[in-house]
Write a protein of this length. Sequence first.
Lengths: 487, 98
Amino acid sequence: MAAELFFKSIAELGALLDTKTVSSAELTQAVIARTKAVEGRVKAFNSFDEADALAQASASDARRAAGQARGPLEGIPVGLKDVISVAGQPLTASSKMLANFVSPYDATVTTKLKGAGAVIWGRLNCDEFAMGSSTENSAFGPTANPWDLSRVPGGSSGGSSAALAAGETIAALGSDTGGSIRQPAALCGVVGLKPTYGLVSRYGLIAFASSLDQIGPFARTVEDAAIMLGAIAGHDPLDSTSFKADIPDYRAEVKRRQGPWRLGIPKEYFGAGLDPEVNAAVERAIAFYRAQGCEIKEVSLPHTQYCLDTYYIIATAEASSNLARYDGIRYGHRSKDAKDAVDIYFKSRAEGFGAEVKRRIILGTYVLSSGYYDAFYLRAQKVRTLIRQDFLNAYREVDALLTPTSPVPAFKLGEKSDPLALYLCDIYTIGVNLAGLPALSVPCGFTTGGLPIGLQLIGQPFAEANLLAMARAYEQAHDWHRQHPSL
Amino acid sequence: MTMSSAPDLDIDHVAKLARLALTTEEKAKFSQQLGDVLHHIEQLGKVDVTGVEPTAHAFPIVNVWANDVVRPGLTVEAALRNAPAQRDNMIVVPKVVE
């Protein structure tokens, strides 16, 4: 059984830790050993600090022995996407620009996880500055999908989803700007939750697009995702967009809340480009909910076709502004060839950023530039209002929406070299970010080729407890989450 | 919206605004790729946005005040730890004015 510790859920491990069947040190050792065994093939981590993790685990065991265990995350290894600060540890955003950067402070989510007793375990690979849908844009090389090493794990939080699927961590955090938690969760067969905008503090998260970014959990089960969300949610004075919302006991609520629910099927999410096997798996999930007595209703989100364009204007505009801070002066890469102070900006940025980041900075700068602002950025913000209104209109009739998470299962590394083709991978996830809504991906089957498929549930603002309860109802009746890749 | 000007992205001008030195190859490649993206974006011009207010944040929170009190922050050493070049608790840069 000890060999399988790294595939257990937080809830299962909590019981083993509580009864002193295993210690956090033993669990952390098992995760480290597993990581060393498979990481050469999966390549999920940018860095990890074994001695630091073991010291945290020993401290956790000491707390437990003293009767001071802090809750369900006590002694549980949790990996963080390499855009979330951990004081004294590297923070790279998978970019050459920050290759040697060391975090001066903890992100609020890191502080909260440490306060909950979790063992912070490693920094996980991602697309550079979280820009991408395959983790191929990392300056340090791509991560492989544990279910098929020739395929991508999704992105941008592909290191988080791959590490979890491969047993290299027990849970993880990612960030989601246009689907960067849910899509990799779907492609790797794990649960991924993007909370409502403002529920989780962004303090200490490297900014990509500030009005869209949210940190959220990756977990093996819906209950684990609820435990993780409970640990990281809550108002933070250090993030001025943080919302003063009531934080329920998600774990308890998820078990308590029962359906039936009224579920909407947005017809625009089942059109051209949807893989037939993904479609079939989602249809079976819809049939499950119907059989459980849920009211299934077709709804329309008429501005869906404009989500992608709206997103790429707003996200790149905000990114071009946020990434202006990387100027080679105070921190980050500084060019050695610069002629003068101003030349430092041009050359440091040219040398430090990868192709996709440069493309998005150029596009974002263009749409904000004089003469184009009204036509692009302002117009996109207005269409964003209409997109958000579509969702709120649908919620007059239904409690949540059911859709595929990704139109396709994991694709081959190097298969999508055209930026626009890759952007189209996000069509079912980006509307949620524009509208600021919570959404999660839960495993709902496999293709005939053995690739995971994800079901997306999109909820009402701050209705995470309901959303998780719906997902758990499905998960309880299926065993997709108990299957693991053979590595 | 008048999108007729969309595809004529002046890559030199925009790269200068973005303080980004691009190679000749990058300029050619990005111009073509972003031309495709801008062509796709042109369809936003079809949406009727008459009388629609822009959304900057899904849940706008305005006037977030904080008390003006001193709080502990980073030490000078910690703040300068990631500086590419430093001397005497200052960041070193090339001469700005000749």
